[in-house]
Design a protein around this ligand. Structure first.
Ligand SMILES: [Cu+2]
Length: 533
């Protein structure tokens, strides 16, 4: 085939321009155009065509529009009732059917990106097809996935603890690996035999080189325990998790208009999980997963129905950031690798494979849905491009070995301009560069800030954690990694107590065990950097 580099380039530029208009229209509440669903494997040129068509398509007014409801609102109960009906039906499907409840959850194990720039768009596509399947099996063509806004309601909804199918303790859930193995090994082995070359390549990149490696991971999820840590009488998010979902943390997470800060760093492909997660992912997303525990604590998380409401909220936050708070997606559209990345493991409501290119799962309005508004969020002031203070402040490490229940401290003097900016709520973050733990789900990192030599106590300024154990078999994963933490309030508190002027800050990172295992590994810490967002 002839290449038309110029044409593609122009098509993409057109899409960017129109996409921006489309987004502006969406934000203004105008009627929104629709996008044909990408239900086949698209070439690069096709993708550009479809995206351009989508942007031009104010012309398909007949497709219904879905508004995903707030679980706490008037529509929440009815949506949960539909979800119950659909889960019951999906659990009853044969294990060979890709719409079976467990089969849907295994898509996450096989393909979900975490810690990189594909986190939001991949999960958007996953929710999109799941929602279509629920529409079919709830017999409600108007079903839209409800979301759980944990910032407003930091406790797991009671409906998930009532012994019906929303409760993972209900009959119908499998809690022992032998039963799971008996039911699903054969069908999954057959599925593996039918994988496309692209799927095999993507699994390889993920460290799932063959079926046995995958199945060992499945066994591990059951071995780690499937019972939630939260219970009917203990539904509250507490401590580090409560801070991670709090309003100040969200303001910080929303404040950078750069998608690779908000949404995760660029990596060559979505199967590569060695990037730096965005702050929504690393803080509320990961810590809520960990706090709920059971299936939610690892990559088989989508077996727990609350997964879908948790991720609907994460997905909603992407829209809030982009459509309401001035986040900039547009630079991403010129990244060929990001725009054309292929997701190849989804299926539609008829059980037919439904490959998706990343470009197809970026604009929620083009996927025909939006969100019922929840409590408004804002951004804090961000560093202006002509700021008199630097964007990054490398800190001096005072020690380099981090063990469970141990800590490392580093110090920096950001100078008077930066301190003044921080004192006026300019948003800041900390990046720690260290070894990736072997058992990454067993570690949590709590950060504290103190003005050096101050008589005031250190201020907790947030916590971050990894999610899941995926990739433990992948040699690429046992290497250095970076975690970024938005500082919710510690900096401001320190400065308030210390008065104006320049100060030397000390940041202490404490490693704390999550769950019952107590890792003995010592992590090397290579650097800590303070960032002005
Ligand atoms: Cu998740």
């Amino acid at each position: 085939m002839a290449t038309h580099g110029d044409d593609s380039h122009n098509a993409r530029r057109k899409f960017i321009t129109r996409g921006a208009a489309l987004v502006a229209a969406g934000a203004a509440g105008a009627a929104l155009p629709t996008l044909p669903v990408l239900a086949r494997n698209l070439s690069d040129e096709d993708a550009l065509e479809v995206a351009a068509a989508a942007a031009a398509a104010g012309t398909c007014p007949s497709t219904p529009y879905y508004r995903r409801p707030n679980l706490q609102g008037a529509m929440g109960g009815a949506a949960l009732a539909d979800l119950r009906t659909a889960i019951t039906a999906m659990m009853a499907l044969p294990p060979e059917d890709p719409r079976n409840w467990y089969r849907q959850a295994m898509i996450h194990v096989l393909d979900c990106p975490h810690g990189n720039v594909f986190f939001f768009s991949w999960h958007r596509a996953y929710l999109y097809y799941f929602e279509r399947i629920v529409r079919k099996f709830s017999n409600n063509p108007k079903f839209a996935l409800p979301y759980w806004d944990w910032t407003v309601t930091p406790e797991m909804p009671a409906a998930f603890f009532r012994g019906d199918v929303l409760d993972t303790q209900a009959p119908g859930y499998i809690h022992d690996f032998p039963t799971f193995d008996r039911t699903f090994r054969g069908p999954m082995q057959a599925y593996w035999g039918r994988l496309t070359a692209l799927q095999k390549q993507q699994l390889q990149l993920r460290g799932l080189a063959d079926f046995d490696v995958f199945w060992a991971a499945m066994q591990q999820y059951f071995t780690r325990g499937t019972t939630r840590l939260l219970s009917a009488n203990n539904r509250q998010l507490t401590g580090a998790t409560l801070q991670a979902v709090s309003y100040p943390t969200m303001v910080n997470a929303m404040s950078s208009s750069d998608f690779t800060v908000f949404g995760g760093s660029m990596v060559p492909n979505h199967s590569d999980m060695t990037g730096v997660p965005g702050m929504v992912e690393a803080q509320p997303h990961n810590l809520v997963h960990d706090a709920i525990g059971g299936y939610m604590g690892d990559f088989f998380a989508a077996v727990d129905p609350v997964f879908w409401l948790h991720h609907a909220n994460v997905d909603r936050l992407w829209d809030v950031w982009w459509l309401e708070l001035g986040g900039a997606m547009t630079p991403m559209f010129s990244s060929y690798a990001w725009y054309n990345e292929q997701f190849s493991f989804f299926c539609n409501e008829d059980g037919i494979p439904a490959p998706m290119v990343n470009a197809g799962s970026v604009v929620s309005s083009s996927m025909n849905y939006d969100y019922q508004p929840s409590a408004p969020l804002t951004t804090g002031p961000s560093r202006p491009s002509n700021a008199t203070w630097p964007a990054t402040f490398p800190m001096q490490l005072q020690s380099t070995a981090l063990a469970i229940n141990g800590s490392v401290t580093s110090v920096v003097d950001p100078g008077a301009d930066a301190c003044n900016a921080f004192d006026q709520d300019y948003q800041t973050a900390i990046v720690i560069d260290m070894d990736r733990p072997m058992d990454q789900s067993a570690w949590r990192f709590n950060f504290e800030i103190q003005i050096e030599g101050s008589s005031f106590s250190a201020k907790p300024c947030g916590s971050t954690a990894f999610f899941g154990t995926m990739g433990m078999a992948d040699p690429n994963m046992s290497q250095r990694c970076q975690l970024k933490l938005g500082i919710a309030s510690g900096m401001r508190q320190c400065l308030d107590e210390a008065g104006g002027g320049a100060h030397r800050f000390a940041v202490t990172v404490r490693a704390e065990p999550v769950g019952s295992s107590l890792p003995t590994q010592i992590l090397n810490v290579y650097g800590v950097t303070l960032i002005s967002l």
